[in-house]
Design a protein around this ligand. Sequence first.
Ligand SMILES: *[C@@H]1O[C@H](CO)[C@@H](O)[C@H](O)[C@H]1NC(C)=O
Ligand SMILES: *[C@@H]1O[C@H](CO)[C@@H](O)[C@H](O)[C@H]1NC(C)=O
Ligand SMILES: *[C@@H]1O[C@H](CO)[C@@H](O)[C@H](O)[C@H]1NC(C)=O
Length: 806
Amino acid sequence: SLSFQPFVCPLTPGMWNLSWFTVFLATVLLAQREALAQIRYVTPEEVREGTVVGNVAKDFGLDVASLTDRRFRVVSGGSDAIFEVNQSNGALYVDNKIDREELCPGSGTCLIELKILVENPLEIHYVVVEITDVNDHSPSFPEKHQTFEIAEHTLPGKRFQLHTARDPDAGINSIRTYTLTANEHFDLNIRQSEEGKIPILVLKKSLDREQRNKHMLLVTAVDGGKPPRSATLNVSIIVLDSNDNRPIFSQEVYEMSVKENIPVGTSVFRMNATDHDEGINGEVEYNLGKTLSPQVYNIFELDKLTGEIVIKGLVDYEENDRYELQIEASDKGTPPLSGECRLVIKIIDVNDNSPEIDVTSLSNTVSENSKPGTVVSLLSVKDKDSGVNGKIISSIINDVPFELKPSYKENTYSIITKGLLDREKVSHYEIIIKATDCGEPPLSAFKTVSIHVADVNDNSPHFDINPLRFYLEENNIAGKSIFSVSATDNDINDNAVIAYHLVRDGSQKDITSFLNINSENGEISALKSFDFEAVKTFQFQVVATDSGTPSLSSNVTVHVFILDQNDNAPVILYPVSSNGSAEGVQEIPRNVHAGHLVTKVRAYDADIGYNGWLLFSLQEVSDHSLFGLDRYTGQIRTLRSFTETDEAEHKLLILVKDNGNVSLSATATVMVKVVEPKEAFAASDVQSAAKDDEDSDVTFYLMITLGAVSLLFVISIIVLIAMQCSKSTDYTSKYLQEPNYDGTLCHSIQYRSGDKRYMLVGPRMSIGSTIVPGSHANTLVLPDRRRTSEEVRHAGHVNFLLIINC
Ligand SMILES: *[C@@H]1O[C@H](CO)[C@@H](O)[C@H](O)[C@H]1NC(C)=O
Ligand SMILES: *[C@@H]1O[C@H](CO)[C@@H](O)[C@H](O)[C@H]1NC(C)=O
Ligand SMILES: *[C@@H]1O[C@H](CO)[C@@H](O)[C@H](O)[C@H]1NC(C)=O
């Protein structure tokens, strides 16, 4: 009957559910096996308080209807607080929280023994309550995070033990498995050990730090409860770097261009290589290749650390227009890895070079008779720059008769003459050549070429004045130089060395036979002394010849005018005694009145002008009151009537003096005899006879004079007409000479002083007037021959009139 009793379940049918039913079945089976041993109940942990585990009253076989007297008491060590017995119906119910993990730590079956006392009468029953596990605990990891440092390139298969999770639940509710988030590098391996399951991380594929330097994995521990509970573990994988990457440039070849003359210190480029490694494995250092030309090292500097390329020296396009730099980048790993690239730097030309002019002179002289187009010099220009910076335009910039003629070769020119040259005008040229390039801004160069013009004998000697006039005083010293001629020649050197000679016609009368010329200096000397009274003027020609080849010559006509000197003393013409001395006897009647012409002293002087102008004076006279002498005419007249007391014979000493600077003189003695009128008659007979002679003489003279006057008139008319026609009549060569000069007649002369012409009028002054030598008081200024014809005509009249009056 006992084995049956458990079937008499006091629980209401509503309390039943499927799980409890299974538990119940198991309990029944277990109870049947241990039949009379104990009453055993099963209850899961963590059930609600009040949950009935079993009816002890029924199981103890007590009459449920008469339970009012009976009292139940649960007695159990420590666990009495958990279960309690309903006094009214004997149901054992849960009175407190049941935690299996607390009551029976570990994973075995958890049984709790209860001693239940029933009073009236007192009975002791033993009950075992089995507490079954409920999945009330999640698995847990001792730490939430786990970190591994794994070197990249670690070989696959390497294992890493993970933290193991714990789950206090037992049995099926304990940890069932571990899972890992999906990833390509790791797998999870679970090892079964006595302690439980141990998760192990297995490297499936090598890591690459450069791809991913950190991996985050999630490991989940799952228990077998329903529903299952889980816990997670964050696993960090830090990938450690290894120097597996070389520095890499983005391009194999870089190209850039830089202007030449870029200032030193300018940064032109920055190399950049990347190394994906980290730390010193990724620290890049740059270096220039070791095989470059030394020049490159002098011009460019590469900063080891920054990779900056800085200009260090002079960049000259003309030296090199392209540089290729090999650049190496290496990291600091062990061993270091390196990468390379090339940097091509093209230099851009800048107009930094002036053109250069190179003159190849053939000779720096050019003959003045060179034809236009004669090459004087060769010229080449060059410019180190290229392109338009090196294109040159050349020209002559000053005004010279030269031009540049381009040659068939580029930048080569010849300097040629543009026109005719004349050394006598310009003997030296400075040709300034300018060469300009076409750069921006353009640069220029200048060159001066000095050209001398060589002389050619193209100029004849030249006399400044032609014809030449010389005035020479007579009585020059024979053999002495009298004057010189001089010619100039515009050429130089031999072409200008002049030799002089006289043109001689070879005849006996040729005046040049008396002349000599110094062929070198043109000094002319006279071999004889000239006499004005014999020769007044002469002319000859001098030829000047230069020493050129062929020589050139020219001539000059020299007119020589001999100047008078007072070298002739007056000569008394009357009175002259039979023995030739200048004395004579004059008889006059005593009864003559005052003013009676006693006689006239006539004298002659071969000189002219002042030198031939005679003045008369009484040197000695016995009675001054009786005779007077006209100082100009030489007429001796009585000053008063004779008286009885006057002597019968008077002696007059008359001095005749010319007006030369150093005057010359002559004396004449006149004896005046005073005779009685009778005697005078007798004498006058003689005289009249003489007078007849004189009269006939006078008549003769009158006729001549009239003839002369007529002739002069006609001549004057002719001269007048001639002068009208040609004004070039030369007065200077003509001294007016009187046809009937007797020394006492007035004479007029024309002479020249400087550019003025003078006519000297002699004895037209009144008696008693004085003449001052050298003064112009009695001179008539003649008009210059260039004056109007009217004036000239007037001058002609003057000539004429003067002569008539005299
Ligand atoms: C002097 O020169 C003229 C021309 O100027 C020339 O006709 C003449 O023949 C020359 N006389 C001499 C002697 O050379
Ligand atoms: C000329 O005769 C005069 C006298 O009649 C005399 O005094 C004089 O000395 C003579 N002269 C000469 C040169 O004989
Ligand atoms: C006269 O001649 C002297 C020397 O011979 C000279 O010094 C003087 O100037 C001259 N006088 C005149 C007026 O010509």
